[in-house]
Design a protein around this ligand. Sequence first.
Ligand code: 3PG
Length: 219
Amino acid sequence: MNHVSKTLEQRLLAAPVVPLIQADDPAVAVKTANALKEGGLSVIEVVLRTDAAVDCMEAIVKQTEGLIVGAGTVLTVEQAQNVVARGAQFVVSPGLVDGVAEFCQSQSVPIYAGTMTAGEVQRAYALGLRTVKFFPAKLAGGVPMLKAFSSVFRDMQFMPTGGVSAANLHEFLALPSVIACGGSWLTPADAIAADDYNAITELAREAVAIAQTARPLEK
Ligand code: 3PG
């Protein structure tokens, strides 16, 4: 395991929750990231769903300290190359594209490719991936589906996202095969629009507290 993966994994063991930031404005993205950090979350995914997303990610990388910042919703190899050049420390995709995975592996950048079927998990396995995103987690079968996957993919770890919230975080994190959960529930658009960054810090604190009850002694 390389240095980045190891640091990332250690952070996720301490607080196994990855908040998503979707922003149009780098200044807003930086404030959101700092609010999440204040609440105890230090691994952050900036999703490529706005024109300014890469600028937002780069601003967080350059203007904050102590965070591990990745890019999410990375669909193409070109996007993967761009975000890594601009400072992404990990890459997340909704699905599994061999070229994206292979590029990230060639750069030693952790890649969390989305899977939701046994075939996709097995393809990821064949590419050498041992941690994948499970998306959309709730619709794709949630905890029972992950238990079924883990019975056959014994050394695969999963990051469920899509429909994860404070209401079901505990049940996902209670699974030994779940390395962390991701989601947008920690960064509600209405709180950001209202400049209510305390609300984001509180949501982060709540997630950290839930994680501690799910994994009191870590895994
Ligand atoms: C993702 O990209 O992982 C999903 O959009 C997260 O889904 P959520 O908005 O339901 O948390």
